[in-house]
Design a binder for this molecule. Structure first.
Ligand code: CTP
Length: 407
């Protein structure tokens, strides 16, 4: 199998150092990467670093190895061009078709998907010139990732941070999986969706909790995929350590009670709610404000549990918004009362949701893994098999089902 060819453009912003991490992720996962820094990017990170990490010579102008016509060849042969960071200047040049160095020439010759990850001060991002340039680029099919909010260079904070390299990498992989256009359908534009992710924690005392191993990866893939399809996304994250998906509103919660409050409040205005979180089914009847000490006689305390509310059932049976689509997840093993699909069908009816994404976990749990395999059951009797693949691929198949029910 040929390795996907990625051109990693780097323009001149302080976040250029984060592109080293992005480059490492690409090369370690088997991509063939050519780095094209601008002259300004080389002021921040030198050519030897890019060359050593990519295993290739690096140039920023069109005058090296002219016989190989690099200003045309790189763009023509790439499967994906990613520019991270993309400065206001780079966005302006790309929007207007300027070509005064190797990176801007490559952008003009590329016919593959292009992903730009802007990073700049908030004022520059919000300037009407940049806003217009981003709109022009997006109208041409370029994927411009929303910058993150947070600490900028110096003492400033605001919108304009480069999204975490892991997040840019996930978006790039998602786009590469959708060649030739790289663009998912924009079928969720104007829709508001809520996704829950992660595992809740139920407090026992100030230092202990009951929890589970849910990593949040499937929920984060769902949020990223919905944002890529044009939705306004609220991601309710229970104890997840992954970087925030770009362009998504993240609400952090800890316990099942917190999760319930956040989901009920967001569901009121949502067209779809996907409950990918693993809420703890039980919580301690009482929690201690002070640390529970060991008894000197060697005895262990007993913990009495009570059941938590079933959030999925609640939002499915009392719909805040008529016509909204409610999606649940179920991990099943099957037992002597029925097969995985029998138990899942019964759960779908019990919960009252429209779709139930069923993972067969009889061969071991899927927690923390990057891949998934599932069946999407519909309350209308449908069953869609999702072959083994990435959590991002499963996320898109779930949104396909949601979008067809919304329309
Ligand atoms: N869920 C929820 N609130 C809970 C527990 C679960 O909203 N308190 C949601 C999960 O987010 C998931 C679905 O319900 O979408 C699956 O829940 P699961 O725990 O498998 O269902 P249970 O009814 O607890 O079934 P089981 O008897 O198999 O544990």
């Amino acid at each position: 199998m040929t390795r996907p060819r990625v051109v990693l453009g780097v323009s001149g912003g302080i976040a250029a150092y984060k592109a080293c991490e992005l480059l490492r992720r690409f090369t370690e996962s088997g991509h063939d990467v050519s780095v094209v820094p601008t002259a300004a990017a080389l002021e921040f990170v030198g050519a030897p670093t890019w060359s050593a990490l990519s295993g290739k010579p690096v140039s920023s102008d069109v005058w090296s190895q002219v016989h190989e016509v690099p200003h045309v060849r790189l763009g023509q042969t790439a499967d994906l061009v990613v520019v991270a960071p993309a400065t206001a200047d780079l966005l302006a040049k790309a929007a207007h078709g300027l070509a005064d160095d190797l990176l801007t020439n490559t952008l003009l010759t590329a016919r593959c998907p292009v992903v730009l990850a802007p990073a700049m001060h908030t004022e520059m991002w919000e300037h009407p010139a940049t806003v217009a340039n981003v709109a022009t680029l997006r109208s041409r099919g370029v994927i411009v990732i929303e910058p993150a909010e947070g600490r900028l260079t110096g003492a400033d904070t605001g919108k304009g941070r480069l999204p975490d390299p892991e997040e840019i990498f996930e978006i790039a992989r998602d786009v590469l999986g959708r060649v030739p256009t790289g663009r998912p359908v924009a079928d969720l534009v104007g829709r508001s969706v809520v996704v829950s992710a992660g595992g809740t924690r139920e407090k026992l005392d100030p230092v202990r909790f009951l929890g589970n191993r849910s990593s949040g990866r499937q929920g984060y893939a769902l949020a990223r995929a919905a944002a890529a399809r044009g939705a306004e996304v609220t991601l309710i994250a229970a104890n997840v350590t992954l970087p925030d998906p770009a362009g998504v509103k993240v609400v952090r919660v800890e316990s099942t009670a917190d999760l319930r409050d956040a989901v009920l409040s967001a569901a009121a205005a949502a067209d779809a709610v996907v409950m990918a979180a693993a809420p703890a089914d039980f919580r301690p009847v009482s929690t201690s404000d002070t640390k529970i000490k060991k008894a000197h006689d060697g005895s262990a305390p007993s913990i009495t549990l009570q059941q938590n509310p079933d959030i999925l059932k609640e939002i499915a049976t009392h719909r805040a918004r008529p016509g909204s689509v409610i999606v649940g997840f179920a991990a099943e093993t099957g037992d002597d009362t029925g097969s995985v699909l029998d138990l899942a069908r019964a759960k779908l009816t019990r919960k009252g949701c429209d779709l139930l994404v069923v993972n067969d976990v009889s061969g071991g749990a899927v927690f923390g893994s990057t891949d998934n395999e599932a069946v999407i059951l519909g309350a209308d009797g449908s069953a869609v098999d999702v072959p083994h693949g990435s959590k991002s691929a499963l996320a898109h198949m779930i949104w396909d089902q949601v979008a067809s029910r919304l329309s």
